[in-house]
Design a protein around this ligand. Structure first.
Ligand code: ADP
Ligand code: ZN
Length: 515
C-alpha cells in the first residue's frame, strides 16, 4: 500500500530538493523507519539533520529532538520551516510554549526541539504520554558520556524518559566520538552494538601538515604568503587573535579577528565580511566557525595545540567543504603539552583517564612520522591505507632516530639532579660542561655527568619535547623538568622512544625552546 510506505526518495526530492542520499544517510534512515535504535556517527556537514527529519515526515507522529543549545534549535527550526516542515521548540526563550504543547498533543508538529533538562521533567513526560511520538532524536549525543569532551549531566536524565517509551526508536547523532565514548553512548542510551553506523570521515581534499613552532607568528606569516584564498587561523587567546590579525593586516592581506569578547553586532559584522570574502584571513578563537556556511574556506591554521583529535578534525574540517584542494596547518610547541598536562590537575577524578588518553592521542598525532590522515581515520574507527599521499609525512617522509638509550640517560639526569632544573642545566650535566652552578651543586660528580657525546647532544632538546608530550617528563611549577607518570618503562629499558629527526635548523638553534 503506497500510503503506508511513503517513498523516502520522494520526500528527499520534494521537501528538500536533493537528488539522492549521501553517505550513510539512507542506512540510518532505514533503521529508524524499521523502529530500530541507532547511533549515527557522522562528520560535521555529512547531513545528520536529514536523518531524523525524513523519518519525522515519513512516520506517524512527532519527532522529539533533544538538542543542547537554544541557538542551534532555532537555526534548525528556521531551515525546517523553509522546507515546509512543521517544527517548534519548547525552551525558556520561547513565549508560546503552551500553544506548542497544544499543537504537539493534536499532532500538528513534525518536529519538536527540547533541551535535555526540560525533556526529563515530569510535566514534559506527562505531555509525551498524550502525544504520538515518531522517534527520539538525541543530537550531540556524545554529551551523555563522561568519556566525551563535552559531558553534560542533563543528558544522563534522558534514559528514564526513553525507557518510558520502549517502542519508540532512538536515534543518537554525533560528529565526535572516539572508541571509548562511542561504546559509552551506546550503553548510556540503550542502543545495541549493531545499531552503530559510522560514516566516512575522510576529507581527501584537505592536506594536513603539522610543524613544530619556533617563531609562531613568523611561521604563519610565511605560510600565508603562499596560501591564497579565505582561511581561518585559530589562536589560543583573545589577545593573540587581535595581535596576529593586526600583524597580518600590516602585510596587506585582508584580516579580521573574532572572539567571544566582542559584542554581538561586531561579531556578526566580521563573520559576514568573512563569508563574503575570497581572500580574508580570519584570526579567531574556537568560538568561531560553528554553523558558519562558507564552503570555500581554503585553509585552517592552528597557532597552538587544539583540545583533542576530535576538535582538530572538526576545526580543520571547516576547510574545503566545496571539495576543492584545501590545507590544514598545525603549529605546536612542548609548552602546549606542559600547559595541557598542568590543567589535568583540575579535572575531576572520574574524567581524568579520558582526558589523559585524549592528550596522548594528540601527542601521537603531532609527533608521528607516519601518515597523519591514517592516524586521524584510525582514531575514528576506520581502517585506512597506511599512506595517503596528501599529508606532510607522506609527501616528505621524515627520518626516524631510535632514542631509547638517550631517553634513559636524560631521565636519569633529571632524576639525579633533583627534578627541578630546566633542560639547559640538564644538558650541561649530560654533556659534561661544568659551570659554577654545576660545581656548587656537585652535579659534576654525578654518574650521569658527561655521558652524552656531542653528536647525540643535538637530540636532547627535541627528545625532551617528545618526552614532555608523552608524559615521560613533566614540567615543574617553576619551569624545571621532573619525571612524568610514563617515565618508568623507559628508565627500566622496557620501552624505547622513536624520534622524528629534527630539521637541521632546529639542531643549530640551541636556545630555541619550541616556541
Ligand atoms: P551536520 O548536522 O551533519 O553537520 P547538516 O544536517 O547541517 O549536517 O547538513 C549539512 C548540509 O548538507 C546542509 O546544507 C544540508 O542541507 C546538506 N545536505 C544534507 N543531506 C544532503 C543530501 N542528501 N544531498 C545534498 N545535500 C545534503
Ligand atoms: Zn598521509
Amino acid at each position: 500500500h503506497a500510503a503506508a510506505s511513503p517513498d523516502l526518495h520522494e520526500i528527499l526530492r520534494r521537501t528538500f530538493g536533493y537528488a539522492g542520499f549521501r553517505g550513510q544517510q539512507e542506512a540510518v534512515i532505514g533503521r529508524v523507519m524499521r523502529g530500530e535504535h541507532t547511533l549515527a556517527l557522522m562528520p560535521t556537514g555529512a547531513g545528520k539533520s536529514l536523518c531524523y527529519q525524513i523519518p519525522a515526515l515519513a512516520r506517524a507522529g512527532t519527532a522529539i529532538v533533544i538538542s543542547p543549545l537554544i541557538a542551534l534549535m532555532h537555526d534548525q527550526i528556521r531551515s525546517a520551516h523553509a522546507a515546509g516542515i512543521r517544527a517548534a521548540s519548547m525552551t525558556s526563550a520561547d513565549a508560546d510554549n503552551a500553544a506548542t504543547a497544544g499543537a504537539l498533543r493534536s499532532g500538528e508538529l513534525d518536529l519538536l526541539y527540547v533541551a535535555p533538562e526540560r525533556a526529563s521533567t515530569e510535566g514534559f513526560q506527562n505531555l509525551l504520554e498524550r502525544t504520538r511520538i515518531a522517534l527520539f532524536a538525541i543530537d550531540e549525543a556524545h554529551c551523555v558520556s563522561e568519556w566525551g569532551h563535552d559531558f553534560r549531566p542533563d543528558y544522563r536524565a534522558l534514559r528514564p524518559v526513553l525507557d518510558r517509551f520502549p517502542d519508540v526508536p532512538r536515534l543518537a547523532l554525533t560528529a565526535t566520538a572516539d572508541q571509548a565514548t562511542r561504546a559509552d553512548v551506546l550503553r548510556q542510551l540503550g542502543i545495541p552494538g549493531d545499531g552503530l553506523i559510522v560514516a566516512g570521515f575522510d576529507r581527501p581534499n584537505i592536506r594536513y601538515a603539522i610543524t613544530l613552532r619556533n617563531n609562531g607568528s613568523r611561521q604563519i606569516a610565511d605560510l600565508l604568503q603562499r596560501l591564497p584564498g579565505a582561511g581561518i587561523v585559530y589562536a589560543p587567546s583573545r589577545k593573540q587573535t587581535e595581535d596576529l590579525a593586526a600583524q597580518i593586516a600590516r602585510t596587506g592581506r585582508e584580516a579580521g579577528f573574532y572572539h567571544a569578547g566582542l559584542d554581538p553586532q561586531r561579531r556578526a559584522a566580521v563573520q559576514a565580511q568573512f563569508v563574503a570574502s575570497e581572500n580574508m584571513v580570519m584570526v579567531a578563537t574556537i568560538a568561531f566557525g560553528m554553523g558558519i556556511d562558507k564552503p570555500d574556506v581554503r585553509f585552517v591554521i592552528h597557532a597552538g595545540l587544539p583540545k583533542s583529535i576530535e576538535a582538530y578534525y572538526q576545526e580543520t574540517g571547516r576547510a574545503g567543504r566545496d571539495g576543492d584542494p584545501a590545507e590544514a596547518h598545525l603549529f605546536w610547541g612542548a609548552s602546549d603539552f606542559s600547559l595541557a598536562r598542568q590543567r589535568l590537575g583540575d579535572v575531576e577524578p572520574e574524567r581524568l583517564a579520558g582526558e589523559q588518553t585524549r592528550l596522548n592521542s594528540l601527542a601521537a598525532l603531532v609527533e608521528t612520522a607516519d601518515c597523519r590522515r591514517a592516524i586521524l581515520l584510525r582514531h575514528f574507527g576506520e581502517d585506512p591505507p597506511a599512506t595517503c599521499g596528501n599529508c606532510d609525512n607522506c609527501l616528505d617522509p621524515p627520518k626516524i632516530v631510535e632514542a631509547g638509550e638517550l631517553a634513559r640517560k636524560l631521565l636519569s639526569a633529571v632524576y639525579r639532579t633533583g627534578q627541578s632544573y630546566g633542560i639547559g642545566h640538564v644538558e650541561k650535566v649530560l654533556t659534561g660542561q661544568s659551570d659554577e652552578r654545576i660545581t656548587a651543586r656537585g652535579h659534576d660528580a654525578l654518574s650521569v655527568f658527561g655521558i652524552v657525546d656531542t653528536a647525540e647532544a643535538a637530540l636532547l632538546r627535541p627528545l625532551a619535547r617528545t618526552l614532555l608530550a608523552r608524559g615521560m617528563l613533566a614540567a615543574t611549577e617553576h619551569g624545571g623538568l621532573m619525571l612524568g607518570p610514563e617515565a618508568r618503562p623507559v628508565l627500566k629499558g622496557e620501552q624505547t622512544v622513536a624520534l622524528v629527526e629534527p630539521p637541521p635548523r632546529a639542531r643549530r638553534t640551541r636556545r630555541s625552546r619550541g616556541d
